[in-house]
Design a protein around this ligand. Structure first.
Ligand SMILES: [Zn+2]
Length: 294
């Protein structure tokens, strides 16, 4: 078992928060995914809500259950709200890398990709004094949600310890990343080799944006019933808890989505449920990565 949890712990649970705020929408505008007339102060401030209201509300719930989380932060958000990102880090949370301007690796050439990583690292270091060790791919919905063929090499060169993605064959198990796969359309794939980088899995089924954000359009969010979302998140947790001892479960949240009132109440409800279970270890993703034993 490559992951060795602290003694007495049955499973690990991480709350991960992608602090996209307005960066995702402006990135979509920059690459032409949404039109010129659809982005101004009305839609910008929907994202601003995440930084000014959503983040403090999420931190308050995390404090209530004594949970240290991992916050994947675009560099431009750290540059715009350094005091907010510093406060998150000062409270013991982890700040991970999430691009500079929420750009997707698969949409960039190697030079652009390196610059994006380096700018993001600098922004987080400037805000917190700490270098990020984990990365999550920013999605440019709907045209790019993939690594480039350079991403894994760049991550390792820059000293990252893990990537947190829906990647690898498992949902509740950490694996080493396999690099260099080749896929064809007329024959079986050729598998690459495992490298010294971990994948900490997440999946969209326990992500707030699948329930709330990806509706009719980016401007008209879906409105899922919180009791339905709770049921899905709870049952995924219950399955992992019962059937995957030593496993790992991660929620994926966004302050501009989960920060809304009824969804904050849902977050409180699911953390209350999970925290009452025996042997649950709430941890930051970097803490889990450190449990890997070769
Ligand atoms: Zn994002």
């Amino acid at each position: 078992m490559p992951i060795v949890l602290p003694q007495g712990k049955r499973c690990a649970v991480c709350v991960s928060i992608d602090t996209d705020c307005w960066s995702i929408m402006l990135r979509m505008r920059a690459v032409g995914l949404i039109g010129e007339g659809t982005y101004g102060p009305i839609n910008f401030t929907r994202g601003e809500f995440g930084a000014t209201v959503g983040i403090p509300r999420i931190m308050e719930v995390l404090d209530k259950y004594n949970v240290s989380a991992t916050w994947f932060t675009p560099g431009v958000i750290a540059d715009t709200y350094p005091h907010v990102i510093k406060e998150i880090a000062d409270r013991g949370h982890e700040i991970g890398h999430h691009g500079y301007f929420h750009e997707c690796p698969g949409s960039m050439n190697e030079k652009e990709e390196r610059e994006s990583f380096e700018r993001g690292i600098t922004a987080i270091e400037n805000a917190t004094g700490q270098r990020p060790q984990g990365y999550r791919v920013p999605f440019e919905i709907p045209n790019c949600n993939e690594l480039s063929k350079h991403t894994i090499k760049i991550l390792m060169e820059l000293g990252f310890k893990y990537i947190s993605q829906h990647m690898g064959p498992y949902d509740f198990k950490v694996t080493k990343v396999r690099d260099g796969d080749e896929y064809y359309f007329d024959r079986p794939p050729k598998f690459g080799k495992e490298v010294n980088l971990l994948n900490i899995p997440v999946n969209e089924l326990i992500e707030d944006d699948l329930a709330y954000f990806l509706g009719v359009s980016p401007f008209y969010p879906k409105l899922d019933n919180p009791s339905k979302v709770y049921e899905i998140w709870k049952m995924d947790f219950d399955y992992m808890y019962e059937h995957e001892p030593g496993g790992f479960y991660a929620l994926v949240l966004h302050p501009e989505s989960t920060g809304r009132a009824h969804r904050i109440m849902l977050l409180d409800q699911i953390l209350q449920y999970i925290s009452q279970k025996e042997g649950v270890w709430f941890c930051r993703m970097i803490d889990l990565a450190k449990c890997w034993k070769d």
